[in-house]
Design a protein around this ligand. Structure first.
Ligand code: GLN
Length: 499
């Protein structure tokens, strides 16, 4: 481990160095702040660097460590996607309509991380209102992929992923509505977990599609993910969809033993359109699990082909309703001239405040919900959603977890898909079903393509069986080294431009 390259740390290794008092949280935090200063001009993973807050958090953590306290995240630098409300800290959700908005309260996840003694170093870039798969829909400019600065980090939680991959923090939180944690985790060579719907509170998380949105972590290892999940999971009376159910000891569940575990391989996820490198790496990861004693079972998820259409009806319908609150009256931007009517003010504010993808989603969602079309589109989508959920319930009668690729390709180039929304939507082909069914999905690095770009393996578990997915991922990491790979240093910066 080496402080001049904070990517050499994981939460687990930093934890033992902090507990043994070989390292202070202040030293670790300063190393990350230095890294931020050097990488950010090229990377743009963060919308806000909370330096003063970070140093204060680190000093407080050092005081607790000095009293002999410990805890999974005590003194650990973290980043939050800028969709989490943070009291007094600008929270824009990547949108002009919330420019300069300082929430008067903390989201539940921000509160739990703070209580655990973690150190908040910044707020991460994202696609506007979490709508996107590449980060190119951020109103504040795209984040780049640390593995190749000409490529996207994935979206929508691309800034959260890039920040960990570049060594700006040891873990981050994102949200996943249709793949927004798993896709950037796979594109950036990290582990990312979308927990079961209801496992983590959404209180204070800016809503995109409320029946799908879920909070989850990014880190280098499954072991680290288990540590963060243990802190953020649990019932919160302020979110009526958060489930009052005990939180297992996720770390204790990492036994390294997958003997006898039945892993379902869905034939629909290995169909045409998947890049050969991705298919090869995923299949060899699955073979490795088999060599560790797991049993492979071929399964079918026959409604997979309807997942993208169903997702984009349900998500846009909910978004059109959720985004009605940005009216220029209560928060953020207002555009009006004297003599304007209320309707003029709404119109001008929303026209200036929302970007093109958000407007497209509001239009699609409003259409799908409108009188005369609601039965044909929105209600039909809800029926198909039930079929997709049943596919999984039936599959889990034959297997304990499902293994599949996270995405059909590795990270694509900036600009490659921006003018073709449908091609962009297809990046989510293997992730959206999991959200429609409310299940947990883990993505972990399992290979690299010929250009060296990371490939992600997805492990899907039954509802509230995160620990089983984590156990499988951890067993894989004990036997392989993909999680130890790091991108090349971000160097060659000339006044903030890539040389
Ligand atoms: N890419 C998907 C979308 O644009 C998923 C985004 C997400 O999970 N927030 O809606």
């Amino acid at each position: 481990m080496n402080l001049s390259d904070p990517r050499s740390f994981t939460i687990a290794t930093a934890r033992s160095a902090l507990d043994r008092r070989e390292l202070s949280s202040t030293e670790l935090t300063r190393a990350m702040l230095d890294r931020i200063a050097c990488a950010e001009p090229a990377l743009h993973a963060l919308l806000e660097v909370t330096e003063a807050r970070a140093l204060a958090d680190a000093a407080a953590a050092d005081a607790r460590l000095g009293r002999g306290e410990t805890g999974p995240l005590l003194g650990i630098p973290v980043v939050l996607k800028d969709i989490f409300a943070t009291r007094g800290i600008v929270t824009t959700c990547g949108s002009r309509i919330l420019e300069g908005f300082r929430p008067p309260y903390d989201s539940d996840a921000a509160e739990r991380l703070a209580r655990a003694g973690s150190v908040l170093v910044g707020k991460a870039n994202l696609d506007e209102f979490a709508m996107g798969s590449s980060n190119e829909n951020s109103a504040y400019g795209s984040t780049r992929n640390p593995w190749d600065l000409e490529r996207v980090p994935g979206g929508s939680s691309g800034g959260s992923a890039a920040a960990v991959a570049a060594g700006e923090c040891l873990a981050s939180l994102g949200t996943d509505t249709g793949g927004s944690i798993r896709l950037p985790a796979s594109f950036c060579g990290l582990v990312g977990l979308k927990p079961t719907y209801g496992r983590v509170s959404r209180y204070g998380v800016i809503a995109y599609a409320s029946s799908l949105d879920q909070v989850g972590p990014f880190a280098w290892t499954v072991e680290d993910i288990a540590a963060v999940l243990g802190v953020i999971a649990g019932h919160d009376p302020r979110d009526s969809t958060s489930v009052p159910r005990g939180v297992p000891d996720y770390t204790a569940a990492l036994t390294g033993d997958v003997r006898g575990l039945r892993i379902g391989i869905p034939r629909e996820y290995f169909a045409d359109g998947i890049a050969p490198d991705v298919e090869g790496a995923t299949r060899s990861a699955i073979r490795l699990l088999e060599s560790q004693g797991a049993q492979l079972v071929e399964i079918g998820l026959p409604h997979t082909e309807y997942a993208i259409a169903t997702y984009y009806l349900v998500a846009t319908a909910e978004a059109s309703s959720n985004l009605a609150r940005y009216d220029g009256v209560r928060f953020g931007l207002r555009r009006a001239s004297s003599g304007d009517s209320l309707i003029d003010m709404y119109r001008q504010t929303r026209d200036a405040g929302f970007g093109p993808e958000v407007k497209r989603r509001i239009l699609l969602g409003t259409y799908a919900l409108s009188a005369g079309y609601c039965d044909a589109y929105y209600l039909k989508a809800l029926q198909v959603r039930t079929l997709i959920r049943r596919d999984f319930l039936q599959a889990f009668e034959q297997c304990d977890v499902i293994a599949a690729p996270t995405a059909p390709t590795t990270a694509f180039r900036l600009g490659e898909k921006v003018s073709d929304p449908l091609a962009m939507y297809l990046s989510d082909i293997f992730t959206t079903s999991v959200n429609l069914a409310g299940l947990p999905g883990l993505s972990l690095p399992c290979g690299a393509d010929t250009a060296g770009l990371p490939i992600g393996l997805q492990i899907i578990a039954p509802a509230f069986a995160e620990e089983v997915a984590l156990r499988v991922g951890d067993a894989y990491q004990r036997a392989t080294e993909w999680h130890l790979r790091r991108p090349a240093e971000i160097t060659g910066l000339v006044s903030g431009k890539v040389a």
